[in-house]
Design a protein around this ligand. Sequence first.
Ligand SMILES: [Zn+2]
Length: 243
Amino acid sequence: MDFPTELISYLHAATRVAVLTGAGVSQESGLRTFRDAQEGLWAQYRPEDLATPEAFDRNPRLVWEFYAMRRLKAGEVLPNAGHIALAEIENRFPAFTLITQNVDGLHQRAGSQSVIELHGNITRARCSKCDFFLEKWADSGDDVPPCPHCGGLLRPDVVWFGETLPAQALSAAIEAARHCQAFFSIGTSGLVQPAASLAFAAKERGAVIVEINAEPTPLTPSADFFFQGSSGKILPQLSRALN
Ligand SMILES: [Zn+2]
């Protein structure tokens, strides 16, 4: 792909970059989205039975097992060329913030350092009572493991339907969007708020908006540059073009 020279020289001069990624980036690793993950045994459940606070209250074990399956699947796939290119591109800019809606931890596994997780991370758990966070816990067979701090039930550290985004992550994301010189929106439908508004917050403050997506989105008419296709192909080319 040929990138416009105006974009490449703008990026060469830029120091502050923010990137928003969504499910499209992980799908290229072969990872299923939430709805696609509801296959087999899980197909009989509605999202409200698996990914809401009410579902967890009703049947914590069912919800815990669904996320245990997704955690296992996420562990089986590898970061793809798009993830790896983003980790490379990060090193080019003094201030680089990667904001992701993905919960699979693949950006970190690819080497990205500055990552804001808007929807949490399935590889972590937290206590449903006292909000104690854990990266590792002992799986106790059939039961949902207890919090080592208060004995409450552990839950996946993700944002469920009907829950608000973690306040600190959201404000850091808005801050990064408002202060960047270039904002990339990659593999995201641009439909889910408040993530979708980040590009507009960046544009309002004068940032150049670059979109990389398989299909045009509601953001596309407002983007300064739109590259249609696979982020796993386009991002490595961009990384090389910046060299
Ligand atoms: Zn606890």
